[in-house]
Design a protein around this ligand. Structure first.
Ligand SMILES: Nc1ncnc2c1ncn2[C@@H]1O[C@H](COP(=O)(O)OP(=O)(O)OP(=O)(O)O)[C@@H](O)[C@H]1O
Ligand SMILES: [Mg+2]
Length: 290
């Protein structure tokens, strides 16, 4: 069964803006799918439809095979967790512990289980030491992790994140993506994230859906998506930097590259194939000379 199925969904805001112009989008259970798109392409609108914050006027959305309209707010909330782009829109309690405990308490769980869930959720996002801290004293990156913990504490099977790495420094970005990968590969959570940062995706996403002007421009694994440089640029996006470098070397310098690398590891392996072995060993020896 699919975790999420979206068929022929249109969405128009009250002022007449057509944000989604007929979207088909599916996510299998346990997948890690990225929605990639420029500003205004419709990512947040699509996400808000998936968590019931907006209601589609036409088309169909199913969560675990059930039409979204047939799920109560509570049922939907327990299946699908949303992490907002801005943690300020999500966090509201005075302390980290109270904030993460809020959802489980609302489920009327015994207090011991609430505390257990808070501990597990904070541990999952490497934020246990923040437990007693005031929310408004946290850094932006810490707030993002606590917001994620609050959603994890509800134990949703599907985790949806709107630009989880926006505003994080490079180390914070890598840490957030590693956390999400752990939840996906380790705990089996289905993950959908909206983003326009392309460099990390090949390392994490099983599949990418590219949105442009409220339509799906293309979808597939990273190696398929990023071999269409012109299409990616048309969608106001770019290739991962390492792919762009190799693309330019092929185009301008005739460097023989069959398959565009998507990660530094892949590019390194391809370059090592092209560079004569003696050169590499020579330079290493140079370096190790006293
Ligand atoms: N409340 C609203 N009322 C009217 N139009 C809106 C509203 N929210 C979004 N839009 C419009 O809908 C379109 C899609 O917006 P959306 O926020 O879904 O894009 P996005 O891909 O999430 O962009 P970003 O990368 O900037 O977050 C845009 O043209 C936007 O101006
Ligand atoms: Mg958005």
């Amino acid at each position: 069964m699919k975790a999420i199925e979206v068929h022929g969904v249109h969405y128009r805001y009250d002022d007449g803006t057509e944000a989604l112009a007929g979207i088909d989008f599916t996510v299998g259970e346990g997948e890690f799918v990225a929605i990639l798109g420029s500003n205004g392409s419709g990512k947040t609108t699509l996400i808000n439809l998936l968590v019931g914050l907006l209601t589609a006027r036409s088309g169909e959305i199913r969560i675990n095979g059930r039409p979204i309209g047939g799920l109560s707010a509570e049922e939907l909330h327990q299946r699908v967790g949303l992490v907002f782009q801005n943690p300020n829109d999500q966090l509201f309690a005075a302390t980290v512990e109270e904030d993460v405990a809020f959802g489980p308490r609302n489920l009327n769980l015994p207090e011991a289980e609430v505390q257990q869930r808070v501990t597990e959720a904070l541990a999952a996002v490497a934020a246990l030491p923040l437990r007693g801290r005031a929310i408004h004293h946290l850094s932006f990156g810490e707030q993002k992790r606590v917001a994620l913990a609050g959603v994890i504490a509800m134990r949703p099977a599907i985790l949806i994140l709107d630009e989880p790495t926006a505003g994080l420094d490079p180390a914070g970005e890598a840490q957030m993506m590693q956390l999400l990968k752990g939840l996906n590969r380790g705990e089996g959570l289905t993950i959908v994230l909206a983003t326009h940062s392309v460099d990390m995706l090949p390392l994490f996403a099983n599949r990418i859906t590219v949105l442009d002007g409220g339509r799906v421009l293309c979808e597939g694994p990273a190696e398929e998506i990023f071999c269409h440089q012109e299409m990616i640029v048309r969608a106001k996006l770019r290739l991962p930097y390492v792919s762009r470098l190799m693309y330019e070397m092929k185009r301008h310098d005739g460097v023989p590259i069959d398959r565009l690398p998507l990660t530094i590891g892949e590019a390194r392996a391809q370059l090592l194939e092209l560079i004569p072995k003696e050169m590499i060993i020579d330079s290493l020896e140079e370096e190790t000379k006293p």
